[in-house]
Design a protein. Structure first.
Length: 254
């Protein structure tokens, strides 16, 4: 059974004023509860898809359809750079989205603490960003995205700059968080390994105007752990995703 689409891109186009066509005739359903990963070479339009869904940019053609308008008004966004305010401590960085929507510091305190607890940073609320490791900065950015309790979270290559050990740890923590919160996640990565490990569905995009080359579903019931990493399913998904990515890159070069 396919879950209903929270948001759907229908025949979407995005042409920049320069004339560059980032997306053309692009269709994508984001279904409730999934971890949907967009995989594709640099410049294929992955960030553009996230920005359109988040309302940070508008399509130049087609439509974005929402199952419920309140979801659209509360989307969590995590960027590749943690983008923390350097002069503000962890608490204040996470408080920011609530502050911007007019919630007082006192009224926000429990929700900020709760978000910090979710990412394991509850003992670091007074720390400044420069005192945190790369992984902790990213946890702080994730807490900031969670603090408004969004049903839909966009993550744009959030772990790309981290070393592999930290990345694996954050992958597992993200999955645990997902189990606790039940939110829907749209995730962007360059990494076939990361896509195969995290996703319930992978969409491989071509550099040519974001065309979708392949779509790979992974049973959400399969537990993601070290056994999964050494399973045949994981190897099969990786193999298929790598092949699609190769087609995508060859298309880009031709
Ligand atoms: P990805 O995230 O897959 O690397 P992007 O969505 O960032 O790709 O970009 C898709 C294409 O659109 C690229 O060719 C990029 O240079 C171009 N692009 C992105 N943002 C803008 C912009 N604001 N103005 C002009 N071109 C842009
Ligand atoms: Mg990008």
């Amino acid at each position: 059974m396919t879950a209903p689409a929270l948001v759907a891109l229908r025949d979407v186009g995005k042409t920049f004023p320069s004339g560059l066509v980032a997306l053309a005739h692009y269709d994508l359903d984001v279904r409730e509860g999934e971890i949907l990963t967009l995989l594709g070479p640099s410049g294929c339009g992955k960030s553009t898809v996230l920005r359109l869904i988040a309302g940070l940019a508008s399509p130049t053609a087609g439509a974005i359809e929402w199952s419920a308008p309140q979801i659209k008004n509360n989307i969590g966004f995590v960027f590749q750079d943690a983008t923390l305010l350097p002069w503000a401590n962890v608490f204040d960085n996470v408080y920011l989205p609530l502050r911007l929507s007019g919630v007082s510091r006192t009224a926000a305190a429990l929700r900020v603490e709760d978000a910090l607890e979710h990412v394991g940073l509850h003992n670091f609320s007074r720390a400044l960003p420069r005192e945190l490791s790369g992984g902790m900065k990213m946890r702080c950015a994730i807490a900031r995205a969670l603090v408004t309790r969004p049903e839909l979270i966009m993550m744009d290559e959030p772990f790309a700059a981290l070393d592999e050990v930290t990345r694996f740890k954050l992958n597992d923590d993200l999955l645990a968080l997902k189990r606790r919160l039940g939110a829907t996640i749209v995730f962007v990565t360059h990494s076939v390994f990361e896509a195969a490990y995290l996703s319930t569905r992978i969409v491989v995009m071509s550099r040519r105007a974001g065309r979708i080359i392949d779509e790979i579903a992974i049973d959400p019931a399969i537990e993601r752990n070290d056994d999964f990493r050494s399973s045949k399913t994981f190897a099969d998904v990786r193999h298929r995703a790598s092949q699609a990515l190769r087609v995508s890159i060859e298309e880009a070069a031709s």
